[in-house]
Design a protein around this ligand. Structure first.
Ligand SMILES: [Zn+2]
Length: 305
C-alpha cells in the first residue's frame, strides 16, 4: 500500500461495538493480547535513532504503566491484538516510569516522515484522544467533573441532575490549491507563522454554519483577495495537533489580483509549474515531501502539466 501523506495509513479496526463492553474498555489492557500506546503531555513513545520506531508496550511492562496512567482509551483491534492509548501526563518526570529501555517521548510532528506510516497513524489516534480527555475534565454545561465512558470514547458528567455525555472533538479545516483562470499557475502563500521562505497552499478553519465549499471561498478571499469557483474535494488528512482534520480541495480562481486582506499571509503569488519545481529544489520553500496534504495537493497539480 502506498500512502499519499502522513497519517494517511492508520490500520486498525475501531471495533466500536466493543467499547460498551467493560471487558474491553480497560480490563483487557495489560494482558498478553494487548499493546499500549503511551502518551505523555502530547508526546508519543518512540525508540529514537536514525530510523525512529513507535513503541507499543506489550505484556511485560503494560500493567504497571496502565496502573500509572490517568486515562485508558480502547483504540481498536489490529490482527486480533487490542490497542489502548494511556495518558501519563500526570507524572512530572516520565523517565521515572517503567518504560522499555531506550525509549523516549517525542513530538510526533518532529519525527516527520521517518516513522512507519501505519505506526504513525496509531500514535496520532492515541495522541488526539489523550489530549481530548486531558482538556475535558469538566462538563461544559454545568461545570461538574466528568468521567470517561465507552472505552474512552466519551466523557459523562458526574452531576446526576445534568448527566451530559460529551464526545471527542475534531475541528475541520480546509486546505486548497487554487488554480489561475488560465490554468497554468497556482496560488501559493507565505504564512507569517512559517519559518523562512516556505510557501504553501492556503488553509483555514471551517466556521459554524458554512459549507466546506463556502469555507474554501471565504478563506481564499480573506487571505489573498482572490475569488474562486468550482471548489472540489480531493482528500483528507487527520491532523491531531491538537484536534483537526485537513480537508483538501482544488478551486478555480476567477480573479487574479492579489490582496492579502487579513494579513494572515506575508505574501501570496501565482507560480508556474516550472517555478514551483524550482522551489522544490531549494531548502525550506515548500512543505516537506511525503508529509503534508499541502504538498500532495501541489504535487498532484504539478503532475498534470
Ligand atoms: Zn454537567
Amino acid at each position: 500500500m502506498t500512502f499519499r501523506f502522513y497519517f494517511d495509513g492508520i490500520k486498525i479496526d475501531r471495533a466500536a461495538h466493543l467499547r460498551r463492553d467493560s471487558d474491553w474498555s480497560g480490563a483487557h489492557a495489560g494482558t498478553s493480547e494487548t499493546r499500549i500506546v503511551p502518551i505523555w503531555r502530547d508526546q508519543s513513545l518512540v525508540m529514537a535513532g536514525a530510523q525512529p520506531q513507535a513503541v507499543f508496550v506489550d505484556a511485560g511492562n503494560a500493567q504497571a504503566l496502565c496502573d500509572a496512567a490517568s486515562c485508558t482509551v480502547f483504540l481498536g483491534l489490529d490482527n486480533g491484538v487490542a490497542y489502548y492509548a494511556i495518558d501519563l501526563s500526570n507524572h512530572e518526570d516520565p523517565t521515572q516510569l517503567p518504560l522499555p529501555a531506550g525509549s523516549m517521548f517525542e513530538d510526533l510532528r518532529k519525527l516527520a516522515s521517518n516513522l512507519d506510516q501505519v505506526e504513525a497513524g496509531k500514535l496520532a489516534y492515541g495522541r488526539a484522544l489523550a489530549f481530548w480527555h486531558r482538556t475535558h475534565q469538566f462538563c461544559g454545561v454545568c461545570g461538574s467533573a466528568t468521567k470517561p465512558g465507552k472505552g474512552g470514547h466519551e466523557r459523562v458528567c458526574l452531576n446526576e441532575a445534568c448527566g451530559k455525555h460529551h464526545f471527542p472533538r475534531t475541528d475541520p479545516a480546509v486546505i486548497m490549491l487554487v488554480t489561475h483562470p488560465d490554468g497554468d499557475k497556482c496560488l501559493l502563500g507565505r504564512n507569517k507563522r512559517f519559518q523562512g521562505l516556505r510557501f504553501s497552499t492556503l488553509a483555514g478553519f471551517v466556521e459554524p454554519g458554512e459549507t466546506l465549499e463556502q469555507a474554501v471561498r471565504r478563506e481564499v478571499y480573506e487571505e489573498s483577495g482572490i475569488v474562486t469557483i468550482d471548489e472540489t474535494y480531493q482528500a483528507s488528512q487527520p491532523w491531531p495537533f491538537p484536534a483537526s482534520i485537513m480537508l483538501g480541495f482544488r478551486a478555480r480562481a476567477v480573479t487574479t489580483e492579489i490582496d492579502c486582506i487579513d494579513e494572515e499571509l506575508v505574501e501570496a503569488k501565482w507560480c508556474t509549474r516550472d517555478e514551483v519545481r524550482a522551489m522544490s529544489n531549494t531548502d525550506n520553500v515548500l512543505p516537506p515531501p511525503a508529509y503534508s496534504i499541502s504538498r500532495w495537493l501541489i504535487d498532484s497539480w504539478l503532475n498534470e502539466g
